[in-house]
Design a protein around this ligand. Structure first.
Ligand code: SF4
Length: 335
């Protein structure tokens, strides 16, 4: 088993089921996350306990096979134990660094504007494989935030993503503050409802990208299953019950979703809910059917939201220099 798959609770259960003390879980996880050990036999616990751990767990490798450094964003291409490739992006901000991790090899959601979506899902990543992306980068650049927005639909790998968040928050491990983690979804409503029920501690972002069903279904097939009249109440409930603002991600695609009419529809859709819009420049590359909206049009769109008192942020053009839109580097390798 991959030791990084283990949450504190899972490790406690394993230890007690095997006749050991659960108090060792804290020592083991601190050694891994605080001291950064890369050899399980170096953990300072009695020999018998050490044998139990080394007989049952390993630290699998995650091999970095390419890095493209674009200044504010650095993209890492990793090869997993079974040869599958995933990408992770380090983003440098004025206030620190954050990382965007992948949760699946490929993705089944088929969003039309996303190159990752053209590669069908091969498998879910384990919690440990997501953890290892963070650890690899954190060793070089200490991280202050994590976006779960790389390749894959995070909520389609629900249990492993929840374990991943749990591991990141564990107080004797990396001990990230819950608000430092944002999990994104293209709109899987039952899973959003589960997050609300379980009082998910971290943030939620929803990839919206269109203000009406007709356009959204065209861009994102998931909208046919969970249309806006089902999605938005689930998002609002999450926001109200957990008292959190939800980010609605909106990628600007020229002539498709960037008109002032679309902006007005978006304002009506958001209404009084506690959501804000995060405008993202579309990151096009060769062979794409879409291109990014002109800057002037993006500003007109932005102004409509502002005039209607909708919270709006605009991402810096992160990643464009390293082709960092969803899945682009990886698909360059696979195709
Ligand atoms: S945008 Fe996200 S959910 Fe949609 S296909 Fe790409 S990786 Fe999957």
């Amino acid at each position: 088993m991959n030791i990084y798959d283990m949450t504190y609770q899972k490790l406690c259960d394993f230890l007690t089921e095997h006749g050991d003390k659960k108090s060792r879980a804290e020592i083991i996880l601190s050694a891994l996350y605080r001291n950064g050990i890369s050899d399980l036999s170096l953990i300072e616990i009695p020999e018998k306990a050490k044998k139990l751990i080394t007989d049952n767990f390993e630290i699998p490798t995650i091999e970095c096979i390419d890095v493209s450094d674009g200044g504010t964003a650095v993209k890492y291409l990793f090869r997993l134990n079974d040869g599958n490739l995933v990408e992770t992006v380090l983003m440098r901000h004025e206030y620190g660094a954050s990382v965007c991790v992948s949760t699946q090899a490929g993705c089944n959601m088929g969003c039309k504007f996303c190159r990752s979506g053209r590669l069908r899902k091969i498998r879910n990543l384990t919690a440990g494989e997501i953890v290892q992306q963070v650890l690899y980068i954190n060793r070089k650049t200490p991280l202050s935030g994590i976006s779960v927005m790389g390749i894959g639909e995070p909520l389609d790998n629900f249990e492993n993503v929840l374990d991943f968040v749990d591991i990141m928050l564990y107080p004797k491990g990396l001990a990230l503050a819950p608000r430092r983690i944002t999990v994104s979804t293209c709109g899987l409503v039952p899973q959003i409802e589960k997050l609300t029920e379980m009082h998910f501690p971290s943030n939620l972002a929803v990839s919206l990208h269109a203000p009406n069903n007709e356009l959204r279904s065209e861009l994102m097939p998931i909208n046919k299953k969970y249309p806006l009249e089902v999605l938005m109440p689930a998002v609002t409930e999450f926001s109200e019950k957990l008292n959190k603002r939800v980010a609605l991600e909106y990628v600007m695609i020229k002539g498709v979703n960037d008109s002032e009419k679309c902006a007005e529809e978006l304002c009506r859709l958001i209404g009084e809910s506690n959501c804000y819009v995060n405008i993202i420049r579309y990151n096009s590359s060769e062979g794409d059917i879409y291109e990014c909206s002109d800057f002037e049009q993006i500003m007109r769109f932005y102004d409509v939201l502002k005039k209607n008192n909708i919270g709006v942020t605009m991402r810096r053009e992160m990643g464009s220099s390293v082709n960092a839109a969803c899945g682009q580097l990886r698909s360059d390798y696979i195709n």
